[in-house]
Design a protein around this ligand. Structure first.
Ligand code: ZN
Ligand code: FE
Length: 256
């Protein structure tokens, strides 16, 4: 049986770990320490590491883990990522025999240009592309690029479990309420997720259905968000990428 666990790292990162009781796979191990402690405690080997993008809070553990476990390291094509054994591109697929896992690779540029997401086992590992009720900042890409990446995510099955690399959900909900406060699904999510955090539990994985209903960054085709963007940009009938860009700009301003 395969188990999926979010291991907290740093202040608010999650390292997602699949294991079958013997072999494990980890996504974005920015810090090796919590992962090694978990693997030791459960007597697990590490067969592979998946990397979504080049930021240090996602890649910082790779060199050490590769040395210690001789694991495969799957990553996008970027020389800033160390110890890579398998370079991946959007459209690739990968099989990890132990434990038996299959992933399809989705190119999701926007937060960074190299960003990949991994789809498999009913889950989406989206790194810093999509967050609970939010999305990653556009450090390298354009709003149109990120909107296209989010469109690819929107095409996945609604039951897909959304496994993000950061626990930002509550503050993202605070922002979402400023532009979508009349959305009952958002208010219900706030109640559920505040309760989870009050008990020290992750708000993730969420589901794509829940994100579609509550995450303003996935609702840039929606008339309500289009109306918000028209007002924010002071321009009638903005296109979908412009609506996304307006929501992102409003969030950046809100973050201060
Ligand atoms: Zn990042
Ligand atoms: Fe990050």
């Amino acid at each position: 049986m395969l188990t999926l666990i979010p291991l907290p790292a740093f202040e608010d990162n999650y390292i997602w770990v699949w294991h079958d009781g013997r072999h494990a796979v980890a996504v974005d191990p920015g810090d090796p320490a919590p992962l090694v402690a978990f693997l030791d405690a459960h007597r697990l080997g590490l067969s592979a590491v998946l990397i979504t993008h080049h930021h240090r809070d996602h890649t910082g553990g790779v060199t050490y883990l590769r040395q210690r476990y001789n694991c495969a390291v799957y990553a996008p094509d970027n020389p800033r990522i160390p110890a890579v054994t398998h370079i991946l591109h959007g459209g690739d697929a990968l099989d990890i025999p132990e434990p038996g896992l299959h992933f399809d690779v989705l190119a999701t540029p926007g937060h960074t240009l190299d960003h990949l997401s991994y789809v498999g086992e009913g889950c989406l590992f989206c790194g810093d592309t999509l967050f609970g009720c939010g999305c990653g900042k556009l450090f390298e890409g354009s709003p149109a690029m990120m909107a296209a990446s989010l469109d690819a995510i929107l095409a996945l099955p609604e039951a897909t479990r959304v496994c993000c690399a950061h626990e930002y959900t509550l503050s993202n909900i605070d922002f979402a309420k400023t532009i979508d406060g009349g959305n009952p699904a958002l208010l219900e999510r706030e109640r559920v997720d505040r309760d989870l955090r009050a008990h020290g539990r992750p708000t993730l994985p969420s589901t794509l259905a829940l994100e579609k209903a509550t995450n303003p960054f996935l609702r840039f085709h929606d008339p309500d968000m289009t109306a918000f963007a028209a007002h924010y940009l002071n321009r009638p009938r903005p296109g979908a990428a412009e609506v996304f860009g307006a929501i992102r700009a409003a969030k950046d301003a809100w973050d201060g």
